[in-house]
Ligand binder design. Structure first.
Ligand code: PBG
Length: 330
């Protein structure tokens, strides 16, 4: 049978049948809000990310209240480290009284039901802006870095982080962190592995926001983050992280890598997240600011695309706005 008996447009004719056949939906449950925390009082704008601000812990608590009201499940914290706190060994990363640890304690104290995710990586704490400890040639030394990451993850767990999210792409770090968490009794701490993280040029505005861009200079992260041409390698990375004890896996960046999200979800069927990164946000915001694209419609469409690709959730700087728009739309 074919046309005229088969007319796919019949189902698209009315809103009721469009709603009935819709396969993917976006709700506030799908959103994770990344936030930048800094030491100074008040807020500071991030020029390449309009609408995003670095927040003091007091301001962070205000934002957390809004996020909770909007039923956003979790925040992802990114500390902006003062130059004095940066060093070659990144030791301030596991200071129990560091900015990230204080922010976690303040959040869990005031909003115990709001999930708190911390970034496990050394780049905010190294003087050179790499995600690990380097040798004389500037090469990130894997196993020494993993030891530091274990210290950092344990410090986050002691502060009360619900989820630790290693974003460094070292080999073996998930297994090492999982073993250390178990040994110290943190059996409930979830690990969200940045399993397939690419050496992307879309992280630029984030590096401005956390102040690692100037430290990194012209260097890149291609000896540990993945080559944008690869997809089988992503599956291998995800397989290893799951074997080593990850509870959730992430693909990053988002929109240019939706094929990876789909492959990961189909292959493993585990909780899978995508990060709509700073450059994707900046790109959309620039078009909105010029009046070239409609903000609400395009931001929600981009986020829905992650769901359709198989993501269970999205880390997005649009989280607060998106949750508001979804609520207004009922
Ligand atoms: C660092 C880290 C980065 C991002 C999250 N964690 C940047 C990088 O790897 O250089 C990027 C997030 C974004 O661009 O929004 N470990």
């Amino acid at each position: 049978m074919t046309y005229p008996y088969l007319r796919p447009r019949r189902m698209r004719r009315d809103e009721f049948s469009r709603r009935l056949m819709r396969e993917s939906v976006l709700t506030a449950d799908d959103l994770i809000y990344p936030v930048f925390v800094h030491e100074p009082a008040g807020r500071a704008a991030v020029p390449s990310m309009p609408g995003v601000e670095r927040l003091s812990i007091d301001e962070l608590l205000r934002v957390a209240e809004t996020a909770s009201e909007l039923r956003i499940p979790a925040l992802a914290l990114f500390p902006v480290t003062a130059p004095e706190a940066k060093s070659l060994d990144a030791a301030s990363a596991w200071d129990d009284d560091g900015l990230c640890q204080r922010a976690v304690r303040a959040l869990k104290d005031r909003f115990p039901e709001l999930g708190v995710i911390t970034d496990v990586a050394l780049d905010p704490y190294t003087s050179h802006g790499q995600d690990g400890i380097v040798d004389e040639a500037g090469y990130v030394i894997n196993d020494t870095t993993v030891e530091a990451l274990v210290n950092q993850a344990l410090s986050h767990a002691r502060a009360g982080a619900d989820v630790v999210a290693p974003s460094d792409m070292m080999d073996g770090r998930i297994g090492a962190i999982r073993a250390a968490l178990e040994q110290d009794g943190f059996i409930h701490t979830r690990i969200l592995a940045y399993a397939a993280k690419y050496a992307s040029s879309f992280y630029g505005p984030f590096r401005d926001a956390v102040g690692s861009a100037s430290a990194l200079g012209k260097a890149d992260k291609r000896t540990y983050q993945m080559d944008p041409g690869n997809s089988d390698e992503a599956l291998r990375e995800v397989a290893l992280d799951l074997e080593e004890g990850a509870d959730m896996v992430m693909v990053k960046p988002g929109m240019p890598y939706l094929d990876i999200v789909r492959r990961v979800k189909d292959e493993f069927g585990v909780p899978t997240y995508a990060y709509q990164v700073s450059g994707e946000y900046a790109m959309l915001k620039a078009a909105f600011a010029n009046g070239w694209l409609d903000e609400r419609a395009c931001a929600l469409e981009a986020l829905l695309g992650f769901k359709r690709a198989g993501a269970d959730g999205v880390l997005t700087y649009f989280a607060l706005d998106a949750a508001r728009w979804l609520r207004e739309a009922g």
